[in-house]
Design a protein around this ligand. Structure first.
Ligand SMILES: NC(=O)c1ccc[n+]([C@@H]2O[C@H](COP(=O)([O-])OP(=O)(O)OC[C@H]3O[C@@H](n4cnc5c(N)ncnc54)[C@H](OP(=O)(O)O)[C@@H]3O)[C@@H](O)[C@H]2O)c1
Length: 431
C-alpha cells in the first residue's frame, strides 16, 4: 500500500534527493532515537524549504516519504544480499544519502539497525504519519507520472531532448539550472545565428548549432529564448517542423499565448514562461501559464525540469505581466536598492568595495531569511526595530522619501509596460 502510495504521488528523483539534502542539512539524525522522529519542527522547516524549491507537499507527506526511505534503509541493511532487498522504487539511488543521514555520528541509530528489534515495528512506530491519507495540495505534483520520471532519470533513460532557439542569457540561465538537476548536457541543443554566445554552452557539454530547425527536429521540448520582436519570424521558420510531440515554451516578454498559438500549427502545445535572471544561480522566480492544448503531463514535465532553476509557479496568463514587473524587473529594483545601500556607506566613509560586498550580502541574507522563515516582511522588519534604535530612524527616512510608494509604482509601471509590449507584439504578428 505504501509503495503504491508513492507511485500515485510520483515523487521524482530530484524531489526525493532534495528532501534528503534538507534533512541532512537540518541534522535529522539528532532527531532520531532509533525508533521515532521526535522533532516535528524539523519537518516544518523542511516543508518550507521544499515549498521554496517549488515542491508543494504537506508536512505529513514529507514525513511519510521519510518513513518509506527509512523503512527501505532498514530493509536493505537487514538483507543486503537479497536480490530485491526493498521494493521501493529507485532505492539504490538514495542509499548513500540515507547512510549519510543515518550513520554519521549517531551510534544509536546505527546500533538499531543490527539489533534484533523488528524493523517493521520500528516503522509503524513512526507515528501518526503512517496512518494519514495522502493529501493532494498541488494538482501539478499529482500529475507527475512514472514515465516522466523515467525520462528525467539519466540512469534509467535519456530520451527527453531539450532545445533552445536563442543562446542568450536566459537560455544559459535555464540550461545551467536544468543541468544542476537530472538533465544531461548531451540531451540539450542550442541554436543562435552567431557563435558569440555558443562557447559557454559548449563548455557545459551542450550541443550547439546555427540551425533553429535542427534544434526543433532534435527536441521534444523547445524553449523559445529570442528577443520578443524576433518571435514571429523565428516561429514562422520553425513552425513547419513542430509536431504533436513538441512542447513549445516561450520566455519572450509580452508575447501572449494567443500570439504563440496563432503562429504555430493548430493544436500546438504551448506554455508561456516568465523566468528571471537569478535562474543563472538556481535562485530564479519562474511563473508559467499553460496554453489551450497543454496537458497536465506537459506542465509536470516543465516543473520537473525547471525546479532546479528556483521557485516555479503556475498562474493565469494575466499574472505573467505582473510577474514581469514584480520579479523580472524586480531584480533590477533590488540592485538599485543594494547600490544605494552601498553608496550610503561610502558616503559615511566605508571603502566602496567593502560597502558593495556587505550590501550584496545584506540583500542575500535578508532574502533568504524572508523566504526560509515564510514570515511576512513587516513581521521580520519590526523585529529589527528596537524602539528608539537606529533602524526605526532609518526606516522613517525611507518612508519620508516615499520608498514604499515608489516601489509599488515601479512594479505597476513595469507591469503596464509589459502589457503594452504584449499589445504591440500581438499587433505585429497579425500584420
Ligand atoms: N534577461 C532577462 O532577465 C529576461 C527575463 C525574462 C524573460 N526574458 C526573455 O528572454 C528572451 C531572451 O532574452 P535574453 O536576455 O536571453 O536575450 P539575449 O541575451 O540578447 O539573447 C538572445 C539570443 O537570441 C539569439 N538570436 C537572435 N536572433 C535569432 C534567430 N533568428 N534565431 C535564433 N536565435 C536568435 C541571439 O543570438 P546571438 O548569440 O547570435 O546574438 C542570442 O543568443 C527575451 O524574449 C526576453 O524577453 C529575459
Amino acid at each position: 500500500m505504501e509503495e503504491s502510495g508513492i507511485k500515485k504521488q510520483n515523487w521524482d528523483v530530484r524531489e526525493t534527493e532534495l528532501l534528503l539534502e534538507i534533512l541532512k542539512d537540518l541534522d535529522m539524525k539528532k532527531c532520531l532515537d532509533g525508533r521515532k522522529v521526535r522533532n516535528n519542527k524539523l519537518f516544518k522547516v523542511a516543508h518550507r524549504r521544499m515549498m521554496a524549491a517549488g515542491y508543494h507537499r504537506s508536512v505529513d507527506q514529507l514525513k511519510f516519504r521519510w518513513k518509506l526511505l527509512k523503512s527501505a534503509y532498514y530493509k536493505f541493511k537487514r538483507e543486503p544480499d537479497s536480490p530485491a532487498p526493498t521494493k521501493m522504487q529507485g532505492w539504490r539511488r538514495y542509499e548513500n544519502a540515507m547512510v549519510a543521514i543515518m550513520e554519521s555520528r549517531h551510534p544509536l541509530v546505527g546500533a538499531g539497525v543490527h539489533s534484533d528489534r523488528n524493523d517493521e515495528q520500528t516503522e509503524d512506530s513512526d507515528g501518526e504519519a503512517s496512518m494519514l491519507p495522502w493529501p493532494q495540495p498541488c494538482p501539478d505534483n499529482s500529475t507527475h507520472n512514472l514515465d516522466l520520471i523515467v525520462k528525467l532519470d539519466p540512469d534509467m533513460d535519456s530520451q527527453l531532448k531539450i532545445g533552445f532557439v536563442g543562446a542568450g542569457n536566459m537560455a544559459f540561465g535555464i540550461t545551467k539550472g536544468m543541468l544542476s538537476g537530472n538533465v544531461l548536457p548531451s540531451n540539450i541543443k542550442v541554436s543562435a545565428p552567431s557563435s558569440r554566445n555558443l562557447g559557454r554552452f559548449q563548455e557545459l557539454g551542450v550541443a550547439v548549432t546555427h540551425s533553429n530547425t535542427e534544434v526543433v527536429c532534435d527536441s521534444d521540448l523547445v524553449f523559445i529564448t529570442v528577443k520578443p520582436h524576433l518571435v514571429p519570424p523565428v516561429l514562422s521558420q520553425i513552425s513547419p517542423h513542430i509536431t504533436d510531440r513538441h512542447v513549445v515554451v516561450s520566455v519572450a516578454a509580452g508575447v501572449t499565448i494567443a500570439t504563440l498559438e496563432e503562429l504555430l500549427p493548430e493544436n500546438s502545445i504551448v506554455i508561456r514562461l516568465m523566468p528571471n535572471l537569478p535562474c543563472v544561480v538556481q535562485e530564479g522566480a519562474l511563473l508559467f501559464a499553460r496554453g489551450s492544448h497543454a496537458k497536465p503531463d506537459d506542465v509536470a514535465l516543465l516543473r520537473s525540469l525547471l525546479h532546479c532553476c528556483g521557485l516555479v509557479e503556475e498562474g493565469p496568463e494575466a499574472w505573467i505581466d505582473i510577474h514581469t514587473g514584480l520579479s523580472g524587473s524586480g531584480v533590477a529594483f533590488v540592485y538599485l536598492f543594494a547600490e544605494a545601500l552601498a553608496e550610503g556607506a561610502v558616503k559615511m566613509g566605508m571603502p566602496s568595495a567593502l560597502a558593495h560586498s556587505i550590501a550584496s550580502q545584506t540583500v542575500l541574507g535578508a532574502g533568504r531569511l524572508l523566504r526560509d522563515s515564510g514570515r511576512h516582511p513587516a513581521q521580520l522588519r519590526s523585529e529589527v526595530c528596537t524602539p528608539g534604535g537606529t533602524t526605526i530612524y532609518g526606516l522613517h527616512t525611507l518612508e519620508q522619501g516615499g520608498v514604499r510608494a515608489s516601489t509599488m509604482s515601479a512594479v505597476e509601471a513595469a507591469t503596464e509596460r509589459a502589457r503594452e509590449l504584449g499589445r504591440l507584439s500581438a499587433a505585429r504578428s497579425t500584420k
